[in-house]
Design a protein. Structure first.
Length: 220
């Protein structure tokens, strides 16, 4: 089936932000729990809804999720002020090429709407100009690995069949969400912190070096 929608993760997939999101997450949880968070535990929640990640990482700790989430947002905003996020190499031209072919492009992200909009403002990306839809984790019933953000992107772009969707992301949870959605293409990209060996253990159709390769993949 012809691909009608390409649904892409943000941090580590389309956006280079230097891993600030997971440093901010680990630091906020550590401040609330009073103890460092093992890196392996943070890695398990890469790509997840950040409130869900905080709740899981705080298991057994007395802190409430929302104040920790607010601390996380403040730390992330400060990090992005010092080092603004940028588009990963070749991403903007890939998005333009896909949309030029009539393929819808959506971003799906574990960020909340305010954080995602802040990044998009820095990049100068807009729905209707660079993108066809943006879906954030706080707009669905559950974040990845649930497929709901993908389904919401389909709804927003008028795509009826999951077989006509290509999903791409840099984490295990991205791949699980794509597989759970029944997407026609479930693509792992190697621009994030999880390597080919890690991503390759999950159900997928392709592993690519980055989003920039997707137009070529769809031309084959």
């Amino acid at each position: 089936m012809t691909i009608e929608l390409v649904a892409l993760d943000m941090a580590g997939t389309t956006v280079q932000e230097g891993g600030a999101v997971y440093r901010a997450l680990a630091d906020a949880v550590a401040a609330a729990a009073g103890a460092p968070v093992p890196a392996v535990e943070v890695q398990r929640w890469m790509g997840a809804d950040k409130r869900e990640a905080i709740a899981a990482l705080l298991a057994g700790a007395p802190a409430e999720v929302e104040p920790v989430f607010d601390d996380f947002r403040a730390r992330l905003a400060a990090a992005y002020l010092d080092n603004p996020p940028t588009a990963l190499p070749g991403v903007e031209s890939a998005l333009a090429e896909l949309r030029g072919r009539g393929v819808k492009v959506a971003l799906t992200t574990g960020f909340s709407r305010d954080v995602a909009d802040g990044i998009l403002d820095v990049l100068g990306w807009r729905v209707g100009a660079n993108l066809d839809a943006v879906v954030t984790a706080d707009e669905v019933a559950a974040g990845r690995p649930a497929p709901y953000m993908i389904f919401r992107a389909m709804e927003a772009t008028g795509v009826h069949s999951a077989a006509a969707v290509l999903t791409a992301g840099d984490t295990v949870l991205d791949l699980r969400a794509g597989a759970n959605a029944g997407a026609g293409y479930v693509v792992g990209v190697l621009t994030g912190s999880q390597d080919a060996a890690t991503l390759g253990q999950e159900r997928h159709t392709h592993l690519l070096t980055g989003v920039a390769e997707i137009p070529l993949l769809l031309s084959r």
